[in-house]
Design a protein around this ligand. Structure first.
Ligand code: COA
Ligand code: AMP
Length: 631
């Protein structure tokens, strides 16, 4: 219906208590909240204070009690192990309750942290829901991170236990997890009381002592019932890249999170209970939390847990197969997945083999979608393709075409309009709104809607400093963008040292820290360069220490191996080069942005503050020799 979006948006900003109070009626509360929104001490707003509920109850038990227990809750589809397993709501709830009982037997109580470091297997989802069931706080760490990154997260979260698996499977490569976890624990001062291992037959592990327990042992327990928690209690911590090597522990509350996700399933994604929703992400990322696990289950949908890549070998139609076989209504993935598919199947030859008649919509996020890829996807799928913008911090979309409310005309390259609840402005450095179509800093007027992060774990000061101090009264997204004359929002890129590689958020600062740890490196600059599939990939320039020149030839390979070892393969750090000097401002700031522009072949001007402009010519010559800018 025309005007539904505008009306919802206006109401959400004019009267947030009324708007979100209505949305909260879809959630089962043990105890009704006292107030929808408590201003408290800004930016520390609280949603649904006084309310008591349980996330797992709303995702599982509730559906069973309402007679939907036989409906399929979860489909595990794993081309890498050639397995498809379906779990009904009753079956999933039973496993979750027994896992929760096992956790309680190990002494886990409300508020305790559980780190989950797992591949994309059903036990990972079960562990998350079991943690929620007993009011514990989970912190899932992406399986592609190496020991050092895992260690940072363990150290900060201080988990009582860690749940992991014997191995992950990357297409045809077995990744043993135990050495990675043991390596991480060796770096930590914090020691968990137990580590639980799911034994996968592709590579089992020897478990030693009372602290190493198998998953089967864990779930051999009496089922636990749901523990009521406060709406404002944390459901999970999720670490995300900041501008330094220290990841930020985003804290998600319970009540606001459920209300926002429930609203989004219907009004953004247009899903009906009973339909199949597929987020082709990983549980280690926020998309996996919100739309593999909590959102679809809360809404009574079937969710798909897919262990594989977007382009299978030898089958470039891997995604089409899943959509057709499981009758998927909506798919959510990163544009990189579609760029990879397009490379393998440009004419949609493989797509034509599958019946996708029930497929209604494709949603893209994680990085900006280039208009070419979006239009291509629309053409070969014949359905609306919606680019929407969000962040780990918000937990759900900030800008989107709210297809469930009203599908607005699609403008490729734009993420359409602010989602109800997000009052977005584009400001210049002085804090004044910029005119339409001019790029500036994208901010959100406070309060943020429910579901957004409530603080950083044990770090209120950083929460305020990083996100709320640049423009008091506003949340700084650290994305640059503009609003056009139709009110459409265009997000163009980060304003900080974060890059998006294949939809994964990575800190160039963290990579520079690793490079600096090499004994031969005096200083370094890591920046993102354009990549036709992954959007962006990191590139590192280093300056060697005096006396270390003779190792220069071998150094790039050593640095590449070091980043892989310390951060993990997911960093996709595959290019490094040695330079004599790095271009800097007179105050010593490295001009990463200018180097990036030279590498990408985008126009650049020589900064007025540059120390020595001749260095840019040297950088340009080296990049040219290495084949940059790429065609
Ligand atoms: N454990 C260990 N290693 C992992 C891993 C994990 N969980 N996940 C990724 N890696 C490794 C990969 O094997 C690869 O290693 P390599 O350098 O030795 O080849 C590296 O990390 C980079 O992985 P990735 O970014 O996934 O690149 P890729 O080349 O393997 O695949 C795509 C590229 C586009 C096909 C793939 O990223 C894809 O299918 N993406 C779509 C999924 C999606 O939508 N994600 C959304 C995130 S919100
Ligand atoms: P993450 O926290 O991993 O979800 O990454 C968030 C960042 O990804 C945002 O700050 C943006 O820079 C980028 N991003 C996510 N979705 C989009 C999108 N649709 N368009 C442009 N950038 C996006």
């Amino acid at each position: 219906m025309s005007g539904e979006y505008e009306e919802a948006f206006r109401e959400s900003i004019r009267n947030p208590e009324h708007f979100w109070g209505a949305a909260a009626k879809n959630i089962v509360w043990y105890k009704e909240y006292d107030r929808v929104l408590t201003p408290g001490d800004p930016p520390f707003y609280r949603w649904f204070e006084g309310g008591m509920l349980n996330t797992c109850y709303n995702c599982l038990d509730r559906h069973i009690e309402e007679g939907r227990g036989d409906r399929i809750a979860l489909i595990y589809d794993s081309p890498v192990t050639k397995t498809v397993i379906k779990y009904s709501y009753t079956e999933l709830c039973d496993l979750v309750a027994r896992c929760a009982g096992g956790l309680q037997k190990l002494g886990i109580e409300k508020g305790d942290r559980i780190v989950i470091y797992m591949p994309m297997i059903p036990e990972a989802v079960i562990a998350m829901l079991a943690s929620a069931r007993i009011g514990a706080i989970h912190s899932v760490v992406f399986g592609g991170f190496a020991s050092r990154e895992l260690a940072k997260r363990i150290e900060d979260a201080g988990p009582k236990i860690i749940i992991t698996a014997s191995c992950g499977i990357e297409v045809d490569r077995i990744i043993p997890y135990k050495p990675l976890l043991d390596g991480a624990l060796a770096l930590c001062t914090h020691t968990p009381s137990a580590c639980i291992y799911v034994q996968r037959k592709e590579k089992m592990v020897d478990l030693k002592g009372e602290q190493e327990i198998s998953w089967d042992q864990l779930i051999d327990a009496e089922p636990a019932s749901c523990v009521p928690v406060n709406a404002t209690d944390p459901l999970y911590l999720l670490y995300t890249s900041g501008t330094t090597g220290r990841p930020k522990g985003v804290v998600r509350d319970t009540g606001g999170h459920l209300v926002a996700l429930s609203w989004s399933m219907k009004n953004i994604y247009g899903m009906e209970p009973g339909e199949v929703y597929w987020a082709a992400s990983d549980i280690g990322w926020v998309v996996g939390h919100s739309y593999i696990v909590y959102g679809p289950l809360l809404h009574g949908c079937t969710t798909i847990l897919y262990e594989g890549k977007s382009v299978g070998t030898p089958d470039p139609g891997a995604f089409w197969r899943v959509i057709a076989e499981h009758v998927v209504s909506a798919l959510f993935c990163a544009p990189t997945a579609f760029r990879a598919i397009r490379r393998e199947d440009p004419d949609g030859k493989y797509r034509a083999k599958y019946n996708l008649s029930k497929f209604r919509m494709l949603f893209l996020a994680g990085e900006r979608c280039d208009p070419d890829t979006l239009v291509w996807a629309e053409e070969i799928l014949g359905v609306p393709v919606i680019d929407h913008w969000w962040q780990t911090e918000t937990g759900w979309a900030i800008g989107a075409n709210c297809a469930g409310l009203e599908l607005l005309p699609i403008k490729p390259g734009s993420c359409t309009k602010p989602v109800p609840g997000y009052d977005i402005l584009v400001l210049d450095t002085r804090g004044d709104p910029v005119p339409n179509k001019e790029t500036g800093n994208v901010v959100v007027q406070l309060p943020l809607p429910p579901g957004c992060f409530t603080t950083l774990w044990k770090n209120d000061a950083d929460y305020i400093r990083t996100y709320f101090s640049a423009y008091p009264g506003y949340y700084l997204t650290s994305d640059a963008g503009f609003i056009d004359d139709d009110g459409y929002l265009w997000i163009m890129g980060r304003t900080d040292d974060i890059i998006n590689v294949a939809g994964h958020r990575l800190s160039t600062g963290a990579m520079e820290e690793v490079l600096a740890s090499h004994p031969d490196v005096a200083e370094s600059a890591v920046f993102g360069v354009h990549d036709s599939i992954k959007g962006e990939v990191p590139f590192g320039f280093v300056v060697v220490k005096a006396g270390a020149e003779r190792n220069k030839g071998k150094l790039p390979q050593e640095l590449i191996a070091l980043v892989r070892e310390k951060i993990g393969p997911i960093a996709s750090f595959k290019t490094a080069a040695v330079v004599q000097r790095l271009p800097k401002t007179r105050s010593g700031k490295i001009l990463r942005g200018t180097i990036k522009k030279i590498a990408d072949g985008t126009p650049y001007s020589i900064p007025a503050t540059i120390d020595d402009p001749a260095i840019l010519d040297e950088i340009k010559a080296i990049l040219q020799e290495m084949g940059y800018p790429k065609q």
